[in-house]
Design a binder for this molecule. Sequence first.
Ligand code: SF4
Length: 476
Amino acid sequence: MHEKCGVVGMSLTDRSAANPLYYALYALQHRGQESAGIVTHDGFQQYDHVEMGLVGDAFTEQALEELHGTVGIGHVRYPTSGSVDACCAQPFSVSFKSGSLGLSHNGNLINADAVRDELAAQGHAFTSDGDTEVIAHDLARNLLDGGLIQAVRQTMGRIHGSYALTIIHDDAVVGVRDPDGNRPLCLGKLEDGYVLTSESAAIDTLDGELIRDVRPGELIRLDPDGTGYTSYQLDDRTHSAHCFFEHVYFARPDSVIDDNLVYEVRRELGRQLWEESGIESDVVMPVPDSGRAFAGGYAEVADGVEFAEGLMKNRYVGRTFIMPTQDARERAVRLKLNPIKSTVEGKTVTLIDDSIVRGTTSTQLVEVLREAGAEAVHMRIGAPPIVAPCYMGIDMASRSELIAADRSVEEICEEIGADSLAYLSIDAVARALDTAREDLCLGCVTGEYPYDIPGETADRDVKRPDVGEEPVSPAD
Ligand code: SF4
């Protein structure tokens, strides 16, 4: 699975925002490694620096010095919509009749094509195929007729999908969370200002304090002088649709999202896993690093099962998903994880991971543990089976690649070669998150989505806004 993007916005009293924005992006690096960028404003003009690559490579000291102003926004990107090249790197910035505008976006629009076609018919020229530029153009058009808050409200009425945005319009910085709260966004207080960011770990990095999550459908405007903020509830819905995978996989364990510390949720998922499908074995071990907190929770409540690290990770091997062929992917798994023989030999092992996507890694790991002398390998997964793709900004795989899309748990168990396999139930996930099922997005584990997606079933009464164009095909 690919992580999504990370966004940040900041307003400080009298310090340059460039360096703190850079540190915040460092803290969000796990959410996107393709490009990084910062846009600032000094009250007179906008400055931007956007580069391909990791945060540490994208900025030099001089580049940061040239980003003047006490307000700004930043972005790290993993491409979920649009091409993999510099034209889609963010923040997206544009100067127009009503000033300058910069936009950072995490998420994915379902109806971007329809809005783009409508704007193009009105003469808007697009430089990328990404959905962020669609939002920027729509906002720019609305800003010709009114203020920023009203412009965002109008754009929110036209776009359909998931988004957490930080926007800079001249020296005003706002953060917006989509009406379903699908993507995370939170507000923090710094010693000399305020910050909006995808994850609270970025606030910790800046020695700040988390104030709260931005509510679904809420816009928060930071005062340009860094002394406060104002909240505007632009859309209010009965139910939200938080992405549960943020807690299971994407977010940093030290982040608090929607009032839940990610690390603690993962431990609780591990405890629930033992309650639902615990099995006697000599050792319980995590798939590093993703399964560690789950395995810790599992071992905490498991009777007589010893916790052990039985697989060592080689941190210098690229992620398996960037390997172009199946053969290369399989080789990469073996390069990446090596068993500690003495922990495994002659033992029954319960291996804990957070998810199974294609099944390639699980198959290899079971094989590796057997070769190291494990007598039995039981797999326990801290989430329900992934049966359908994500259209909201997570690049997991297409339906045909998902091992659970058309197989039962028994068939998957056989395919990966484990002695037993069990996943966590959806109810257990909702319990661990202390959130009602109706307030979660469960699209990838139920095949029913909280959005109106052509060709898919919705899990609630929801309809795409009519922007006067033919229905669009979602990107898979
Ligand atoms: S479909 Fe799955 S990964 Fe995508 S937003 Fe919903 S819960 Fe998250």
